[in-house]
Design a protein around this ligand. Structure first.
Ligand SMILES: NC(=O)c1ccc[n+]([C@@H]2O[C@H](COP(=O)([O-])OP(=O)(O)OC[C@H]3O[C@@H](n4cnc5c(N)ncnc54)[C@H](OP(=O)(O)O)[C@@H]3O)[C@@H](O)[C@H]2O)c1
Length: 289
C-alpha cells in the first residue's frame, strides 16, 4: 500500500512511520520538524492538504497529527478545532472513496465515570480536547470504511530521551527532587507506542476492518503507582515519592478512569501488551551517560 502518515514527526507518528515502512511505501508528513524522509505540510491549510493528497493518491491515510495537550486545547479552542477537526475534514474531502482512513483518537472522548468503556460506549467528553476528538471521529465514521483507533496515555522511547513522554519526565523529576509528589487519583493505562503502531499495521493490513477500535494496556494505576515501579527500576527509594490525594486544578478537567476495553481487536486476535517495566527500561536506555 501507499500510505500517507500525518504527524510523522510526533511521538507516536515516528514509530508508525517506521513500522509501516517495513511492508509499505510510506509518505510521511510533519509540520515544523522536517527531516530527509519526511515532508512539511501545514494541515490547517485545506488547499495544501488537497494538493498533497491529489499528488500522492494514497491507498490509506494514518492521521496522527493533533494538538494533544488538553490544557492547550482548553485555552486555545479555535486553534485546537482547526487542527484536530478541520484537518481531518480536509484530508477526507480529497481522499478517493476506496482509500482507507485511520484516525488516532483518545480515551478522553469518555467522561471516566463508568469504566471500562467498550468501543460502542457512549461518548461524553469533559474537556475541549475530547470534544475535538468526538467531532473528528464523526467525520471519519461517516465514511463507510473509516477506522477510529482510540488509545490512552502513550509511553515509549521517543527520538531523544527528553522527547520520551511521561516516563522520561518522571525519571528526571525523581532523580532531581529529594521528595516529589504524584497524583494518586486518576487511573492511567500507559500503553506502548510500539504496540499501538503494531495495532495500526494490523488494522490496515486486514481488509475487513472499519469503525471504532480500542487499544490499551490492561493494567491500570495512578501516576503514584507507576512512578513507584519506575523508582524500583532506577534504584530510587520509594520513600522519596509522596501520593497527592486531591487533584491539582488545571485548565482542562481529566476523566478519573477512562479505561478502554479492547474488545474488537482482541476478537480479531490482536493482543500485544508490552509491560511497563520493559518500556521503562527502553526509555531509560536512551539517556545520555
Ligand atoms: N501522547 C499521548 O499520550 C496520546 C494519548 C492519546 C491519544 N493521543 C493521540 O495520538 C496522536 C499522536 O500524538 P503524539 O503524542 O504523537 O503527538 P505529538 O508528539 O505532539 O505530535 C503531534 C504531531 O502533529 C504535528 N502537527 C502539529 N501541528 C501541525 C500542523 N499545523 N500541520 C501538520 N502537522 C502538525 C506535529 O508536527 P511537527 O512536530 O513537525 O510540527 C507532530 O508531528 C494525536 O492524535 C493524539 O491526540 C496521544
Amino acid at each position: 500500500m501507499r500510505i500517507m502518515v500525518t504527524g510523522a514527526s510526533g511521538y507516536l507518528g515516528q514509530v508508525i512511520q517506521r513500522v509501516l515502512a517495513r511492508e509499505h511505501e510510506v509518505a510521511a508528513y510533519g509540520h515544523r520538524q522536517v527531516a530527509a524522509h519526511r515532508q512539511p505540510l501545514d494541515l490547517r491549510e485545506a488547499a495544501a492538504v488537497t494538493a498533497a493528497v491529489e499528488r500522492l493518491q494514497p491507498d490509506a491515510v494514518v492521521h496522527c497529527a493533533a494538538y494533544r495537550d488538553p490544557d492547550f486545547c482548553e485555552q486555545h479552542p479555535a486553534e485546537a478545532w482547526r487542527l484536530n477537526v478541520e484537518s481531518a475534514r480536509a484530508l477526507l474531502a480529497s481522499l478517493p472513496a476506496a482509500a482507507r482512513f485511520l484516525f488516532i483518537s483518545s480515551d478522553y472522548v469518555f467522561d471516566g465515570v463508568h469504566p471500562p468503556y467498550p468501543e460502542d460506549g457512549e461518548r461524553h467528553p469533559i474537556n475541549y480536547y475530547g470534544r475535538t476528538k468526538v467531532a473528528a471521529e464523526d467525520l471519519v465514521l461517516a465514511r463507510g470504511n473509516g477506522i477510529v483507533l482510540r488509545v490512552p496515555l502513550l509511553v515509549g522511547p521517543g527520538p531523544r530521551f527528553q522527547q520520551s513522554g511521561f516516563i522520561a519526565k518522571a525519571a528526571q523529576t525523581i532523580e532531581e527532587q529529594a521528595v516529589s509528589e504524584w497524583d494518586d487519583v486518576i487511573q492511567r493505562f500507559p500503553t506502548a507506542i510500539d504496540d499501538v503502531a503494531a495495532a495500526v499495521a494490523f488494522l490496515l493490513e486486514r481488509e475487513d476492518t472499519a469503525g471504532i477500535y480500542h487499544f490499551s494496556q490492561r493494567t491500570g494505576g495512578t501516576q503514584y503507582a507507576w512512578v513507584q515501579r519506575l523508582a524500583d527500576i532506577m534504584g530510587v527509594p520509594r520513600a522519596r515519592l509522596q501520593p497527592a490525594r486531591s487533584l491539582v486544578a488545571r485548565p482542562a478537567r481529566r476523566p478519573v478512569n477512562s479505561q478502554l476495553a479492547n474488545r474488537r481487536l482482541a476478537a480479531l486476535g490482536f493482543d500485544r501488551q508490552t509491560d511497563f517495566e520493559t518500556v521503562a527500561r527502553q526509555v531509560l536506555a536512551t539517556r545520555c551517560p
